[in-house]
Design a protein around this ligand. Structure first.
Ligand code: 13P
Ligand code: SF4
Length: 372
């Protein structure tokens, strides 16, 4: 969801990085444990340095759910993450997204009216019980739809576990909105590609006949991440040619053929842990957002060779909108008694979205798991 972020007051443009960092530090101290700053791994270093917790979507959802003393959660991530935090925290907790234009293009690829229309089409094509699963990268409306229809959310850390859970409850899965995570997960569970069809919300009848819907085990929504979509099988081939000892690790939002060529695939938290545990003198090509890749490359410089799988900068431009300036502005306003950029989900949507998130949290494995 792309919301309008009004420009900041002009004097923020004149502040140096040091001044801004000092003021954020002072705010954190003054608020104490009434304030929690959560930061997704793709955030810039000068923002992530102030996060009380950094993590992937799953870890951050769990932390938000446990935020007992906090009165304010400032979410340095994208809109759907802040919505999830609002859904999982108590009513008294205020969730703030420092820049409202920090959306996720993948989440925007499934609108609730499109999903409702597709659902009707599936119901008239088949009597089979369909369990909807939505990747957490989706709007609260979609999470609520899934909650109302006996489904669950998943993240890239637990998609496999959630799909197994759903297969025990129904005959078919509708996987929203990331076709790649859906395909990679189903394939890793042993389902062949021809057991999956792609529903295109922009085509007449989703581009599917009733027979195709009846024959498919997995109905994959035609959504994708434009950042991870930049990694190609050719990038893997080039790396293998140039450095045969190099390991390739990718996020499961990458296309199926990239995941197949990679040595391992997993969530951002999984990637962080895998590289931490990797022996010295190993080399790695990483298929995920550039800020995380650069952070890991710097952290292990001189010990492990870490670089992006692609020669180009794969940047999540919406995550990038959360900068130190917007973080400071949201905290300045809070300190002045004004809440800006609050993310609040309406009560009915919140209830059902929470059901789908809770079903996920009840099914998570103790450790981040690989999707391959
Ligand atoms: P993770 O849950 O792995 O952090 O992924 C979130 C995301 O948006 C990746 O593009
Ligand atoms: Fe969305 Fe892709 Fe950015 Fe993740 S990297 S927040 S999926 S656009």
């Amino acid at each position: 969801m792309m919301l309008f972020q009004p420009p900041l007051p002009p004097h923020y443009a004149e502040l140096s990085d040091e001044e801004m960092a000092d003021r954020v530090r002072a705010h954190k101290q003054a608020f104490g444990d009434r304030l929690i700053i959560l930061g997704h791994h793709y955030q810039q270093d000068d923002v992530i340095q102030f996060a009380d917790h950094a993590g992937d979507s799953l870890k951050l959802s769990q932390l938000a759910a446990k935020a007992r003393n906090a009165r304010y959660v400032v979410f340095c991530g994208v809109h759907f993450m802040a919505e999830s935090a609002d859904i999982l925290t108590e009513d008294e907790v205020t969730v703030i997204l420092p820049d409202l234009s920090a959306g996720c293009s993948m989440a925007d690829m499934a609108a609730i009216d499109q999903v409702e229309e597709a659902w009707e089409q599936f119901q008239s094509a088949t009597d089979a019980r369909i369990i909807p699963i939505t990747y957490v990268n989706s709007t609260a409306d979609i999470k609520a739809f899934v909650g109302r229809h006996d489904g669950a959310c998943c993240t890239s850390s637990n998609a496999r576990r959630v799909v197994e859970w759903a297969l025990g409850r129904g005959e078919k899965i509708l996987f929203l909105p990331d076709q790649h995570l859906g395909r990679n997960t189903a394939y890793a569970l042993g389902y062949p590609l021809d057991s999956m069809v792609v529903y295109d919300p922009n085509a007449v009848d989703g581009g599917l006949t009733s027979e195709q819907i009846r024959n498919a085990k997995f109905l994959l929504w035609k959504g994708h991440c434009s950042v991870h979509g930049l990694f190609t099988a050719k990038h893997c081939d080039l790396i293998r040619e140039a450095d045969p000892a190099c390991k390739i690790i990718v996020h499961p939002e990458c296309r199926w053929e990239v995941v197949q060529k990679a040595d391992v695939a997993g969530s951002t938290e999984y990637i962080v842990k895998a590289l931490e545990e990797a022996p010295d003198a190993t080399s790695w090509a990483v298929g995920t957002e550039i800020h995380l890749v650069n952070r890991l490359a710097n952290k292990y410089a001189g010990r492990k060779l870490i670089r992006s799988l692609a020669g180009v900068q794969c940047l999540c431009t919406t995550m990038y909108r959360i900068d130190l300036r917007h973080l400071l502005w949201s905290l300045d306003e809070l300190a002045a008694g004004r809440i800006v950029n609050q993310i609040k989900v309406d009560p009915d949507t919140r209830h059902w979205a929470r059901v789908s998130l809770q079903r996920m949290l009840d099914n998570v494995p103790p450790q981040p798991m690989a999707a391959k």
